[in-house]
Write a protein that binds this ligand. Structure first.
Ligand SMILES: Nc1ncnc2c1ncn2[C@@H]1O[C@H](COP(=O)(O)OP(=O)(O)OP(=O)(O)O)[C@@H](O)[C@H]1O
Ligand SMILES: [Mg+2]
Length: 465
């Protein structure tokens, strides 16, 4: 850039600008410089910088050299001697600019700034920064307060939601218990009613069997005495004795009474089991034989275990260990066995319909011809230690997939068609085992292969100790 080019540009700029050589020669200045010094621009022509500043020539040259050897802008201070004799302290910013030819020496562009003005600008700027900082602070505080209030609100909403959720859960649980209790109590009442109705006639059949047997024996004896004293009976009697095969009757009648006795005893056992199952009277803790509860439950479900229509027989394999009597609510525990075994039967029935067990002869529909992978339920009891026992109920039905597994114990969760399942069986079982007996109930399953439910209960009940 030549001094003329510089002047072209500097003329329009409002700030004081000077173009000087590194030895202090004033090459060009603009009007604001002349104004600052109180001179006309012509008076600055062919002058040196030293003539207008109070600093020593040495200091000024040092500053200019610093400017010409640096690529960055160099800040300095120059005290101008004004035409009226006053001095003016200026901040100067110096930068070397490209010489117009390689031979020419470095040119330095100086920009002056009245120190007082600059510092008052600085003060103003500081004040502004202060104000801004305060404003920022205020906004930050407001934001923080807002955030806090928001947090508190969120916590309160969360607390309220938790309380509501808990209430909802409790209500659902109560509803569950009520429905299941109602279900079980009507089943219990029906079972107890049937047991009672059967019990009376069976009792007098069983009671009279003994006399019926004795009376027939007496009558047979009487016939035999007749035969002895009157061997030559009329032909009609002879024919009739042959027709009815009297000798066979005499031999068979004792067996007949014996089997009738066994039959009525069996009915009495069944009645006793039904009564035990309903255990309507036992809302209190009792020491019971767990196996009896399981057997009674199996008996109630017996009709579902036998082969029917498209369903094959379900084999029950019992692997009972020597168990101590367990203190529990027997009616409730039976309810758990009932729910789990009924679920196993449901699963096995679905598997049977789906053809999980291939038939040996696909032409026949005989359930007996199934392969050895017959539908089965295994019930195993074990003593873990002197305090705990387990009951495990395993089926080889369709099993339980991940999705179902995670909701298994949720109230009203069911995969069964409407009208078949209420989805309460396992949730109530969980409640009975976990809450009423301080035990645990868990489920393991390999989808497609079956499911296992393990109940772990303490031998002694905490309410009893
Ligand atoms: N042994 C099992 N094999 C496969 N699925 C099972 C088994 N036991 C339970 N389930 C699944 O768990 C679901 C929930 O069982 P739960 O006993 O709680 O209800 P439900 O049997 O459907 O109805 P409810 O017992 O009230 O009649 C069942 O619908 C079924 O999908
Ligand atoms: Mg069920």
């Amino acid at each position: 850039m030549t001094p003329e080019q510089f002047l072209e540009i500097a003329r329009v700029l409002p700030e004081p600008l000077l173009l000087v050589s590194s030895d202090g020669q004033l090459l060009a200045t603009n009007q604001p410089v002349a104004d600052m010094l109180g001179l006309r621009r012509q008076q600055l022509r062919e002058k040196t910088l030293f003539e207008f500043v109070t600093e020593s020539a040495n200091d000024v040259v040092k500053y200019l050299q610093a400017c010409s050897s640096s690529r960055a802008m160099v800040i300095g201070s120059l005290t101008l001697r004004k035409n009226d004799g006053q001095t003016l302290i200026c901040r100067s910013q110096g930068a070397v600019i490209q010489p117009w030819s390689p031979e020419s020496s470095a040119l330095i562009l100086l920009r002056l700034e009245n120190r007082i003005l600059a510092s008052s600008n600085f003060v103003l700027l500081n004040e502004k920064i202060d104000e801004l900082a305060k404003e920022v602070q205020r906004r930050k505080q407001a934001e923080e307060a807002l955030w806090k209030a928001n947090q508190e609100l969120e916590i309160r909403v969360e607390q309220r939601t938790t309380v509501l959720q808990e209430t909802l859960n409790e209500l659902q649980l109560t509803q569950t218990q009520l429905i299941q209790a109602e279900k079980m109590s009507s089943l219990g009442q029906m079972v107890a009613g049937i047991a009672h109705e059967i019990n009376n006639p069976v009792s007098f059949i069983h009671g009279n069997l003994h006399y019926a047997h004795k009376y027939t024996q007496d009558l047979i004896k009487l016939v035999q005495i007749y035969q002895h004293f009157f061997p030559n009976t009329p032909s009609e009697i002879q024919e009739y004795v042959e027709e009815i095969d009297l000798n066979f009757i005499i031999q068979d009648i004792t067996k007949l009474f014996q089997s009738m006795k066994v039959g009525t005893e069996r009915i009495q056992e069944v009645v006793q089991s039904l009564r035990n199952f309903s255990r309507l009277d036992e809302a209190e803790l009792k020491q019971v034989n767990i196996h009896e509860g399981i057997d009674n439950t199996l008996m109630i479900l017996e009709h579902r275990l036998q082969a029917r229509h498209e369903y094959p027989e379900i084999k029950v394999i019992k692997k009972y260990s020597q168990l101590p009597n367990v203190t529990c609510y027997p009616g409730q525990l039976n309810q758990v066995f009932m729910n789990i075994i009924a679920n196993a039967i449901d699963a096995l029935e679905v598997s049977a319909v789906n053809g999980q067990w291939s038939k040996v002869n696909p032409q026949t529909n005989h359930n007996q011809t199934l392969t050895k992978n017959n539908p089965q339920i295994e019930i195993k009891t074990e003593v873990i230690d002197e305090k705990w026992i387990t009951v495990s109920i395993v089926d080889n039905g369709l099993g339980i997939n991940e999705q179902v597994h995670s909701k298994l114990f949720d109230p009203f969760f069911t995969t069964k068609p409407v009208g078949k399942g209420t989805g309460l069986g396992l949730s109530i079982s969980y409640q009975i085992i976990a809450e009423k007996h301080n035990g645990q109930i868990s489920c393991f399953s390999v989808p497609g292969k079956g499911a296992e439910f393990v109940i772990r209960i303490p031998v002694a009940h905490s309410d009893e100790i």
